[in-house]
Each structure stands twice: as C-alpha cells, then as structure tokens.
Design a protein around this ligand. Sequence first.
Ligand code: FES
Ligand code: FES
Length: 152
Amino acid sequence: MKHQIRVKVNAETHEAQVSSELTLLEFLRDTLGLTGTKMGCGNGECGACTVLLSGAPVRSCLILAVEADGQEILTVEGLARGDRLHPLQEAFLEKGAVQCGFCTPGMLLAAKALVDRQPDPDLKDVKEALGGHLCRCTGYESIFEAILAHPR
Ligand code: FES
Ligand code: FES
C-alpha cells in the first residue's frame, strides 16, 4: 500500500508516494539520493543512520517514512552553509575525529542535537549524547574532544 507524504529535508520540501514498510533511511538514501546518512546495522544498534527529526536525533533505520510525514528532517548534507562547514564539522576535522568517516554523519547529527539544547556541554553530556554510536576507528576520544572544543 502506498501513502502520500510531505516532508521538509534540509529546508527543501519533498512530496512522495511511499510504501508502508519503507524506512526513513531508505527514503533518504534511495528516494532522495541523500547517501550521506549511512546504513550500518539496520536494527538500531550503531547510530550510523542518525538524522534529526523535528530537531530530535532518531535512528532512521527504525522509523518508517510515513511516520516522518509533515515533519522536518536534517541530514548531514544540510549541516554546511554553502561552502562553510558547520562548526562541528570544522572541529571534527581539526581534532582528527574523522577516519573512515562511516560513523561521522550520525555522530555529527547527535552532537548537533546536543549543542542546540546545551551549547556548552561537559564530557558526561557528550558521552550520554553519543551513547550507542559506534566508531571502529577513532577510539572516541577525538570525537569527544571535537564536540567539547567546537566553536560556539
Ligand atoms: S543503521 Fe540504524 S542504528 Fe545502525
Ligand atoms: S571514523 Fe570509521 S567508524 Fe568512526
């Protein structure tokens, strides 16, 4: 069965017919071509697919596209402003918090949700916000440092 949805993704409105079982992750990647959001485990355990749905971090592999109807979504493609990176992206680069980069989009979106509600988080806040986000490369310290050091 198909459903008509209307969502705003990175400030751009999209209308589409989607099947009941299409996940938000599949919609973003396969329908809209926004492949910055990564497919890791596919069952809510790695955080690679995290996007902001109406400002809150969600694992888009666990959300149906129909559940996002009428809402705003921010993906990693919407973080930069023109050719200016978001301050969190700059901090990740500066601190060496990006290696293979597979976890980075999800980490960035989770970090953005944190600093939007708490501009000056401490290490405990950062660890809580990134709880359940897996990174196989960095050992996490550089990611924590980047978020703590990001320019306000
Ligand atoms: S792909 Fe969604 S949490 Fe791993
Ligand atoms: S940078 Fe490779 S998984 Fe995190």
